[in-house]
Design a protein around this ligand. Structure first.
Ligand SMILES: [Ca+2]
Ligand SMILES: [Ca+2]
Ligand SMILES: [Ca+2]
Length: 526
């Protein structure tokens, strides 16, 4: 069993302690991490859908997080219901409606960036039944209600690889676009709603409680210091002002440090430092980046994060991004299960205010092809696009969820079957060297505190990797003067290169995004 020891943290360098961090019980000294170390290509910790190593990591993560956070994708999170009351409904009527459907029900304090309320109910109550009862029996007070579900990044981790080629960017016909716009996206803020981002140096001191992966017990680590650095291919002295309004909805503070590496990789495809003789390139490499942490991982759990990824948290984060100036939002995440009105409303809200949203279509084609709740929303909103993944052969990536809501395709990579070395099939970007971060995958005797200041060029696959190509393309179009999200969606649809069966189809949508065509095709008859 997991020992739920409260994390006791020790102070270091008191003058440098961030007050936000103190509030939630972890202590972070800013600008105290080490200089980032870049080890170059690392081929044996790459992540691609469906590989044995990927499944091994998923099993370890699931076992370690063996509490309420490990909730089956199809099960509602217990103890809560999301409600939007009618504006005219008085507080007393609201409270009465809640108590009528749940004896212990109570309206929680309204969170920031929310146009809805969270109802705390008994953990034994059925949230779906209570949401349904609120809608059916209290329609005079309740406009809408839903249960909340667990979110996940839209990639699945890992297989050993041995070569490196960034085949994916030429597929977008980017070079002619960069000729026209040599500092692509430089006026545009792109919000990356993900596991956080390696965007600054910091040093965190904590006690990490003992835990088990279900087989062996890992010892507590007391008074350990965990270093963080900015990925030097994302933020360095040449572009130190590119980070805008970072926020962490998992920790309720303004330090969205990445403990997983997914968000850092996704941010790289959008805006990796380019034309610097180092590492990979990005699509819109001069954009400003807004790191927003909405996805939690093993280290968030072990360090005692107050929140984990839920419908209401994602809905709030979407609105936060637009409120703070993001004109493009990338959401390489999703879930299956019933729909979420608060998330759909949040996306409608930000698109209506002029922000374009790119969303991963989902990675579950081989697992029954369930509808991805987030991507499905895009089919009803001009200005939010669901992005399927293609492989290096311009074919359907084996995992990429298909359906009538798929709108466009971009490279997500796949483990090649024939014709390519494994690394040639995936998407390379800089993120952590996972040998230093995923120390819980070692044996207990080799286990130690993680380091988030060692970086490598890593190979990932997934619709998580496809979506940021479209986010980057949209940033270029917006900088070119197309400010309407609906017009950007229209331009990307009309100029996409058709794949698969002629015309729009459920695997590729309107086809492969083509940035050059979109720039030249605007206003042209086609
Ligand atoms: Ca570079
Ligand atoms: Ca759409
Ligand atoms: Ca087609």
């Amino acid at each position: 069993m997991l020992r739920r020891t409260p994390i006791v943290v020790a102070l270091i360098g008191a003058a440098a302690i961030a007050t936000h961090a103190q509030r939630v019980g972890r202590f972070v000294a800013l600008d105290t991490g080490l200089t980032p170390l870049n080890v170059g290509e690392v081929l044996d910790t790459s992540r691609a859908p469906g590989s044995p190593a990927s499944r091994a990591k998923a099993v370890a993560q699931a076992a370690i997080r063996d509490d309420g956070r490990l909730i089956a994708a199809q099960a509602a999170i217990p103890g809560r219901v999301i409600v939007r009351f009618r504006a005219a409904a008085a507080p007393a009527a609201r409270a009465a409606a809640v108590r009528a459907v749940s004896r212990t029900g109570a309206i929680a304090q309204r969170p920031s960036y929310a146009d809805f309320d969270l109802i705390r109910i008994d953990s034994a109550d059925d949230p779906e039944a209570i949401a349904a009862a609120l809608k059916a029996q209290h329609a005079d007070v309740v406009e809408n209600a839903q249960a909340s579900y667990r979110w996940k990044p839209m990639f699945r981790p890992n297989d050993p690889l041995y070569a490196s080629r960034q085949w994916n960017l030429p597929y977008l016909n980017l070079e002619p676009a960069w000729d026209i716009q040599p500092t692509p996206g430089s006026n545009i803020i792109v919000a990356v709603l993900d596991t956080g981002m390696a965007y600054r140096s910091a040093s965190l001191t904590a006690n990490i409680p003992a835990f088990t992966d279900g087989v062996e017990v890992y010892p507590a680590l007391n008074n350990v210091t965990i270093p963080f650095a900015a990925a030097d291919q994302l933020v360095n002295a040449s572009n130190a002002t590119r980070i805008v309004s970072p926020f962490d909805f998992i920790w309720d503070d303004d330090l969205p440090l990445d403990f997983e590496g997914h968000g850092t990789h996704v941010a790289g495809t959008i805006g990796q430092i380019t034309n610097d003789n180092t590492g990979p390139a990005g699509v819109a490499f001069n954009v400003k980046l807004m790191p927003i942490k909405v996805l939690d991982g093993v280290w968030d759990y072990l360090l005692g994060s107050p929140n984990f990824a839920t419908d209401e948290l994602v809905a709030r984060a979407i609105r936060y991004a637009a409120d703070h100036g993001a004109k493009i939002l990338n959401l390489s995440l999703g879930r299956s299960g019933p729909p979420s009105f608060v998330v759909e409303d949040a996306i409608r809200n930000v698109v209506g205010r002029g922000s374009f949203v790119a969303i991963a279509a989902g990675n579950d084609y081989l697992d029954g092809n369930p509808v991805s709740v987030l991507a499905e929303i895009c089919s009803r909103i001009n200005g939010a696009m669901s992005v399927a993944a293609i492989d290096r052969n311009r074919g359907h990536a084996s995992y990429s969820t298909a359906g009538p809501y798929v709108e466009i395709a971009a490279p997500g990579g796949d483990l090649p079957t024939t014709g390519f070395a494994p690394a040639d099939g995936l998407i390379v970007q800089q993120t952590f060297d996972f040998r230093f971060t995923d120390t819980y995958l070692r044996s207990p005797s080799q286990y130690g505190p993680p380091r988030f200041d060692v970086f490598a060029f890593q190979y990932f696959g997934g619709t998580s990797m496809a979506s940021p190509h479209v986010a980057g393309a949209a940033a270029i179009l917006m900088q070119q003067g197309i400010t309407s999200p609906a017009a950007i969606e229209d331009a990307l649809r009309r100029t996409a290169v058709d794949l698969g069966t002629p015309g729009r189809d459920n695997f590729f949508g309107y086809g492969l995004v083509n940035v050059r065509n979109a720039m030249f095709g605007i206003g042209a008859a086609k």
